[in-house]
Design a protein. Structure first.
Length: 400
């Protein structure tokens, strides 16, 4: 079976675009993957187009050979946007091979360990604060935060994740200086942010009730001193984990040693080499793996490495439905799975873009048994929602 064409497609996804990779073969089998180019990753499509030149007209390679060759050809700039392009191709090629055998992708990963995956409602209530045009009703104050906690409980979810927001200067808005929103490169943590965080967590808990697991994502929005201040200030809260991004394994290990809550991290890392220093330093309780960026085959290796260090993993998943299915195949096949991220607030047209949408029951994602990833994009539907130029990057906000 040979590859006859490789194509990239994109469509409007509200505040960003969705991006897809399509691999066609001479046997009529089509493989798909979804990738991301809108959140700090411009140029992934260009990487895919360059790498595709060496694949068209050739037999469909196995994941080991493909990655080894693609990595060797891009070694001087390994990781980053280049790594994301390799991951996108790896995932689409895996879909081709699974469909050719008539099996779900998880069978190529060693088989499934579980039939359903516990999930947490991510960006709750972030999407309704940050993007009220697309996700509603809008959340503008702490009463809205409390209502979101109640909604997650009513809909049967057992875990949710929130972010940093300010509520004391008008309508609620995100605090994301790590992403230049606002531009505040010193990343200091002041008393005002602590007050707002405590108020937000208390509102969520009031709405969600005592049995809901609450996760907090601090991203890159502080430095070591600031993270410690935030953690000390919320020591009395019962949190499932606090998610922290740090470029220093030693600094993150120090934070973890002084944290009253479990620490998750590593969602922006590429490959086992980048994960290794964090695992060796005992810097994390849970390793977050982006199988969309890394490729599912390489993500399995990262999960195996984490398992050898007695660490569980959780997928990073805040994209479209195809990414949710891709991450589900990864998560069901690793023994050391903790919980899976998923976005429950969706665009009005999300479901029409795919042959199948994810199915949730009692806070769990039900694993499909269809060949490949278990869903494909619908090209006519993608074309009905043409992509926007320049969409996706976080827009600057005036300094508070």
């Amino acid at each position: 079976m040979k590859i006859t064409a490789i194509e990239t497609l994109a469509c409007d996804a509200g505040w960003r675009n969705y991006h897809f990779l399509k691999v066609q073969t001479d046997e009529g089998i089509v493989g798909w993957s979804e990738y991301d180019e809108g959140f700090g990753s411009p140029g992934v499509t260009a990487v895919i187009e360059q790498l595709a030149r060496g694949l068209v007209g050739q037999p469909v390679p196995g994941p080991q050979r493909f990655f080894a060759e693609a990595y060797s050809r891009t070694r001087p700039a390994a990781g980053g946007v280049v790594g994301e392009g390799i991951g996108a191709l790896e995932n689409a090629l895996l879909d081709v091979r699974a469909k050719a055998l008539g099996v779900p992708c998880y069978e190529l990963l060693g088989g499934k360990v579980r039939d359903r995956l516990r999930v947490y409602w991510s960006h709750c209530p972030a999407w309704r604060i940050n993007h009220p045009t697309y996700f509603g009703p809008p959340v503008t104050d702490l009463d809205g935060v409390k209502a979101m906690g109640g909604l997650a409980r009513e809909r049967g979810f057992t875990a949710l994740k929130t972010n940093l927001f300010l509520f004391d200067d008008g309508p609620a808005h995100a605090w994301r200086p790590g992403f230049s929103a606002p531009f505040y490169p010193e990343l200091n943590v002041e008393r005002r942010l602590i007050r707002n965080l405590r108020d937000s967590l208390e509102a969520l808990r009031d709405g969600a009730g005592p049995d809901m697991d609450i996760l907090l994502d601090l991203n890159f929005n502080a430095k070591t001193e600031g993270y410690l201040k935030l953690l000390r200030s919320i020591a009395d809260h019962d949190l499932f984990w606090v998610e922290i991004d740090s470029y220093s394994p030693d600094a993150l290990a120090y934070i973890r040693q002084h944290s009253p809550h479990p620490i998750s991290s590593c969602e922006t890392l590429f490959g086992a080499r980048e994960f290794m220093p964090y695992l060796r330093a005992n810097a994390i309780d849970v390793g977050i793996v982006d199988a969309v960026w890394n490729g599912v085959w390489q993500s399995m290796k990262i999960a195996d490495l984490a398992e050898a260090h007695e660490v569980n993993v959780a997928p990073h998943n805040f994209y479209g439905h195809l990414c949710t299915f891709m991450n589900a195949h990864f998560a069901c096949a690793v023994p050391n799975f903790r919980i899976m991220e998923t976005d429950i607030d969706r665009l009005a047209w999300d479901d029409e873009l795919f042959t199948h949408a994810p199915q949730y029951q009692d806070g769990y994602l039900i694993l499909p048994d269809r060949p490949g990833w278990g869903t494909d994009p619908i090209e006519d539907a993608l074309r009905a929602h043409p992509s926007k130029s320049g969409g996706g990057l976080i827009q600057p906000r005036a300094r508070a």
